[in-house]
Structure formats: structure tokens, C-alpha cells
Design a protein around this ligand. Structure first.
Ligand code: SF4
Ligand code: SF4
Length: 281
């Protein structure tokens, strides 16, 4: 976790999406990162990962509990920041940018993969935020960006693409590095990525097409098309798989896969080694 500079959040976020727009007396912006998928989950096909891979909801639960903890322990108002979309802004604009909070709090830096935040120790994480009226010391953004990894720099120089750029099915990523191998330019076609990964715009489009179809029977049949019937399952199950259908840029990312504490196997290695040593003693 880290604490972002409130002043910087207020300066960078657009009007309507600043911390004070949600909590006028906010004094601290707390950002919490929860490590991503288990190592086993990265072996799953993308269609299954959307259901079981993400630890996003855990991050939200922890932030929710953190707000309650602050009020109970310190007697100071706190609020869990909804990661949801702002009804006034349409289906792509959130109330607040968790990413901005996390970046300013120093728990992630923007990668070539559409600006997904990566951490040199924990790799890929999900982020949640808490606002509070507690005055807390602020952290600073990370001094070094782990992206691009040295192997990605070599690949970009030799082939023009890093692994995330090469394997992105929407081909929506590109970029350049400077002479030191640091990010110089990152291009992310967000609309192309969103079209590919987020299905919540698909239902109204599909219904509009079905209603518009001049041959009405065909329009109705199209709603029962086997591919489309999955959408009704997701609607009825309230599935989070509406949001993230694609993990391909992270599946091939050396930081996500090999950062020192990137998954529970790596995080548990030290504990297991210590336990074995104790048994020997
Ligand atoms: S989530 Fe998928 S479509 Fe979007 S940038 Fe990553 S690989 Fe490309
Ligand atoms: S694969 Fe990962 S480390 Fe390499 S350029 Fe892409 S996001 Fe950065």
C-alpha cells in the first residue's frame, strides 16, 4: 500500500473526478495493491481466466475493510472509493482513477501494456483506494519503472515489438525506447482494447441489431446464437467476466511472471525454505 499526494491527485485528475469531488474533506488518498493471479492461473485459456484469474475483488474487499478499520480505530471518517463507472460519464469513465492513485502512491508504474501498472517486486497487481480525513505522510511515485524489462528492450530493438505488443490480439500497443532502454513513447488504442475485452456494450448493440433486422425472425434467432447465449449467462450470473476478457499482454510479460514476489509460489518460497531449515535443526 501507499499514500498518494492529495495535491497531485487534485492537480492531475480532471474536474469531477478529483478526490475532493467524492469526499470534500479528504486528507489522504490510500492506495492498496493486491498481487495478481496464482502461477497456475496463467496456464488457463483466456476464456477461463476471466472467471477465476483475477484478484480484483479481493483488493476491493480489503479496501472496504480498511475504511471501516480507520473509522473504528482512529475515529476519523473514511470511505471505500467505488471503482465503478460514473453514471454521468458513460461506460468508459470511472468516478476516480485507481491507477492514478496507485501510481502517485508509488505502488506501480505505467507499462507499455496500455499503461497497466507494474511493480518491480510484485509484478502485476489489482488496485483499490480509500479516502480518509486522517493526515498521513505521503509516498512518492516509484523512482524506477520495471517496464520495459531488459529482454523486452532487446526484442523491441531487434523486431520492433515487445512481447505485450506482439501478442496483443487487438494489436493496440506500440512504443519506442530511448538510448537507455527506458520508455520514450507508449501508444495504446484504448478503444480497440475495450472493444475486444469489455462486453457490456455488446448487449445493447446486439439488441439494437436484432430489432433493426428487417427479417424479424432472423433478428430473434440471432439472440439465441450459441456465442451470444453466453452473454445471457453472464447477465444472470452477475459475472465479472463482462469486464476483462483478455490477459494476453500480461501473460507474456516478464515482470508479471518473474518479479521476485509475483505469485504465491515465489512469495511462499522464503517461508518454505525457513520451515525446512527449522525441521533440520
Ligand atoms: S488486454 Fe488484450 S487487447 Fe488489451 S492491450 Fe492487453 S492484450 Fe491487448
Ligand atoms: S512485456 Fe511487460 S515488461 Fe515487457 S514491455 Fe510489455 S509490459 Fe513492459
Amino acid at each position: 500500500m501507499g499514500v498518494a499526494s492529495l495535491h497531485a491527485c487534485e492537480r492531475i485528475a480532471p474536474p469531477g473526478h478529483r478526490p475532493t469531488d467524492l469526499m470534500p474533506r479528504v486528507k489522504s488518498v490510500i492506495s492498496i495493491g493486491v498481487g495478481g493471479q496464482t502461477r497456475g492461473a496463467w496456464q488457463m485459456p483466456a476464456s477461463a481466466m476471466a472467471y477465476s484469474g483475477s484478484t480484483e475483488v479481493r483488493a476491493y474487499s480489503i479496501a472496504y475493510g480498511c475504511a471501516f478499520f480507520i473509522e473504528r480505530k482512529f475515529g476519523s471518517p473514511a470511505v471505500y472509493v467505488p471503482p465503478d463507472l460514473d453514471p454521468a460519464g458513460g461506460p468508459r469513465i470511472p468516478f476516480q482513477s485507481m491507477k492514478l492513485h496507485a501510481e502517485l502512491a508509488g505502488i506501480g508504474a505505467r507499462s507499455f501494456a496500455g499503461g497497466i501498472l507494474l511493480h518491480p517486486e510484485f509484478g502485476f497487481m489489482y488496485f483499490a483506494s480509500v479516502f480518509s480525513e486522517l493526515e498521513l505522510p505521503e509516498d512518492r511515485p516509484l523512482a524506477e519503472n520495471p517496464c520495459p524489462a531488459p529482454s523486452c528492450v532487446s526484442m523491441l530493438r531487434s523486431s520492433g515489438r515487445t512481447p505485450c505488443m506482439k501478442f496483443c490480439p487487438a494489436q493496440c500497443l506500440s512504443g519506442e525506447v530511448d538510448e537507455q532502454g527506458r520508455q520514450k513513447r507508449m501508444v495504446y488504442d484504448m478503444a480497440a482494447c475495450a472493444d475486444y475485452t469489455q462486453e457490456y456494450d455488446t448487449v445493447p448493440k446486439m439488441l439494437a441489431n436484432a430489432v433493426r433486422d428487417e427479417v424479424r425472425g432472423r433478428g430473434a434467432d440471432s439472440l439465441l446464437d450459441p456465442d451470444r447465449r453466453m452473454l445471457w449467462y453472464k447477465v444472470s450470473a452477475g459475472s465479472g467476466a463482462w469486464f476483462a476478457q483478455c490477459f494476453e499482454c500480461m501473460r507474456v510479460c516478464p515482470v508479471t511472471l518473474r518479479a521476485p514476489s509475483a505469485d504465491p509460489i515465489l512469495r511462499g518460497e522464503a517461508a518454505r525454505t525457513t520451515a525446512v531449515q527449522r525441521e533440520k535443526e
